[in-house]
Design a protein. Sequence first.
Length: 558
Amino acid sequence: MDIRKIDDTISVSPQIGLENTNELAALGFKSIICDRPDAEEADQSTGADVCQAPMGAGLDFRHIPVIGSNITDNDIALFREALAVLPKPILAYCRSGTRSATLWALSTAETTSVEHVMATAAEAGYDLNALRSRLEGSQRRTTKCVSAACDVLVVGGGAAGIAAATSLLKRRPFRNITIVDPLDRHAYQPGWTMVGGGIFKPADTVRPMRSVIPSGIRWEQAAVTEFDPQHDQVVLSDGRRLGYRMLVAAPGLKLNWSGIEGLEESLGRNGVTSNYRYDAAPYTWQLVQNLKGGRALFTQPPMPIKCAGAPQKAMYLSGGHWYRQGRINDIATEFHTAAPVLFGVKDYVPALMKYVKRYRANLNFGSHLTAVDADAKVATFSVTGADGQATTVTREFDMIHVCPPQVAPDFVRESPIAAGGGWIDVDETSLQHKRFSNIFALGDGAATSNAKTAAAARKQAPIVAENLLAVMDGRTMPAAYDGYGSCPLTVERGKIVLAEFGYGGKLLPTFPTWLIDGTKPSTLACYLKAEAMPPIYWHAMLKGREWLASPELKAEAA
């Protein structure tokens, strides 16, 4: 091996063999950086293969593939980050060693004199005179320069983002993966409906963000304010730029509370509540328990929204309590939905209608909540009739559960990666962006027509992981998303209508009908929702364990 020492932290060399890793470990090296792209030569091992030998020898490994004639600012930032975090000393190698020496020089020139950098490289046998102008220019950085970079940048630390990141980490543990999210806690949002029904405690649904991001994934606690896909960067709220090779956009959606006049100042008092907020869901249960008679309103805005069944679940759980307490005849329940039907997949409607009748709920289709006055306890609706004409209707209430209108986040809606409507412009089956091939999106922020549920994100995450890595490797994308989503409709305590469907309303049951018939209320489905799904969420989905979620891969690309 032709190992050339740069300084006490790093040495560089030409191509090493897999058989050399134990020898390198014996020489005292702690980490290896490979700077060769895959398939640079016909008989060359891939990064995925190369990583196994160093890891088997107890060495850390990082793959930073670069083309010598086109070393980008992102490449430099990636190398700089590797130098900072990898155990030392480090051996970096490429075909001849020159690219690795060049990356070292460019990554240190901002803080070290150009003459010192060139002299140090020369002592190691690398003439970098042709690089002088770029080294000198590195100290005159522009606003387009990155402060850090990664192989895969995941925007969003919700269910979709973390699940995608851990699925990637499971497949390529040597990749540099960063999650960007400003929040300090992670919420199991499907549990908030159960909080509003008195089944879960609020504290059961949240954990510190740091505790759910696995070791091996970097967390940047910051907000993204801008996407710059032309430069493979995002801009953070403090002005820093993060570069990436591949981007996974999982920003979620925005609950547009201000889209209903008076709602923000009314929420949480005088009978106005919503299970769509952690701090308001307990108030829902308080109202349900205390309501002895009067009128209870439940609303659903125009699609798309998180889990189309959630507004109904609030009504069913409330009605179930009043039914058990013998108050159902004293409470006038009304469900106001902007949709023309109770549920978008007709196969589940008969079972749901039985509970609508049991709870004596009055269905109001084409009814869109526009304003709430908590002091007067009056709700205003815009009701669209069969003739398409809208009229204004007001209803007094003793309790109102509001599902807010939902839109794409502002920084997504106004970005180059957005499609019409503001959602991220991806292909529905591959989840790859339609215009930027190194961008994938999943979860609530993607412009896909599936139900926006955690179950959908659970299925999407490994598909994104497989397809993203295929693009990085220059292979055909092997996985396809069928639109799977699940809405477990809790129709009463102990029973759930487990709605599972994909694109076009096609039924996609996970279990055989003799075990769980999703079109009928099921106690087993309720057990899965209340007892099994939370631990599956925390300990499987967020950990890259793809139980009942691993994608089928195309044979030719598997």
